[in-house]
Ligand binder design. Structure first.
Ligand code: SAM
Length: 285
């Protein structure tokens, strides 16, 4: 990350590219026991949160990411009642999950309470459902939480984590996926942010499919969507299904969803699952 004449720049070294936002001022700077969190006010993207110099979210475009991390996987499960979010401390995914009336409980496990406290302060709109009686906010290591959870006790696990470095590294590994499989009940689904299709197909997406299948998941599928403030402007979520085809969709419920969204709808659900040719080939090889 560099700050040059009021421009925040995130460099993506492996792709030889960078993304910049014009900054009005820095609002907060804090080194927690886990990571370095910064909050900026930008000229055109609202507030910006970075962790260790990487963009986590902006006010302007986080809606795409949070909707795509939650609604596709929830409408792909026949009856999602018990949901767990690993990471997600900004609470944007939690807010979307709680829009589903059939969801009875959501446990969110983020390793760093400061992310949530700062989100409450600088992204209050994302935290507006935190007091919902169905939500439980826990602070601790998501890897350990899944290890300790009862077999078959969860319908949907959503991994909304930082990149696979530091505390999030183990969330992209075979042992973690094995624990997720054990904790999921029948029809269980795991949805995970899986980085850029343009930059990370070989380094992250393909290994993720391999590890999920090796762990015992029956089917896997990568969804893609635009995300202006992330490297390449194009992002993915990968869904792994315990024991059914991952392309299942509760069509009628999805077409008549009882809540508003800004990006997701039933047509987007079908469209985001259409695999581009380079990705299809990479996943077959
Ligand atoms: N949308 C973001 C992205 O893709 O860049 C991710 C946002 S969310 C803020 C990521 C969260 O993952 C952070 O709050 C971080 O504390 C959390 N996290 C990282 N490793 C974790 C772990 N092992 N257990 C639980 N939470 C973790």
């Amino acid at each position: 990350m560099t700050l040059d004449q009021n421009w925040f720049t995130e460099r993506c070294k492996e792709a030889g590219s960078a993304f910049s936002l014009q900054i009005k001022r820095k609002l907060h700077d804090e080194q927690t026991p886990f990571q370095h969190i910064e909050i900026y006010e930008t000229e055109k993207f609202g507030n910006l949160m970075t962790i260790d110099g990487f963009v986590m979210l902006t006010t302007r475009d986080n809606f795409v990411y949070h909707e795509m991390m939650s609604h596709p996987v929830l409408y792909s499960h026949p009856r999602p009642r018990r949901v767990v979010i690993i990471g997600g401390g900004d609470c944007g995914t939690l807010r979307e999950v709680l829009k589903h009336p059939e969801v009875e409980s959501v446990v969110q496990v983020d390793i760093d309470e400061r992310v949530t406290r700062l989100s409450e302060q600088y992204f209050p709109e994302l935290c507006e459902s935190n007091a919902d009686p169905r939500a439980e906010l826990r602070f601790g290591d998501g890897i350990q939480w899944v290890k300790d959870a009862e077999p078959g006790s969860v319908d949907v696990i959503i991994v909304d984590s930082t990149d696979p470095i530091g505390p999030a590294e183990g969330l992209f590994s075979g042992p973690f996926y094995k624990d997720c499989l054990r904790v999921l009940g029948s029809d269980g689904l795991l949805g995970q942010q899986s980085e850029s299709p343009l930059y990370h197909t070989q380094s992250i997406i393909r290994p993720m499919h391999d590890e999920m299948r090796k762990a015992g998941f029956l089917d896997t599928l990568t969804l893609h969507f635009p995300q202006a403030s992330y490297p390449s402007g194009w992002w993915t979520a990968t869904i792994a299904a315990k024991d059914m085809p991952v392309t299942f969709l509760r069509e009628e419920a999805c077409e008549n969803k009882p809540f508003a969204t800004q990006y997701y709808n039933d047509a987007i659900h079908r469209a985001c699952a259409a695999t581009p040719e380079f990705l299809r080939r990479a996943l077959l090889d």
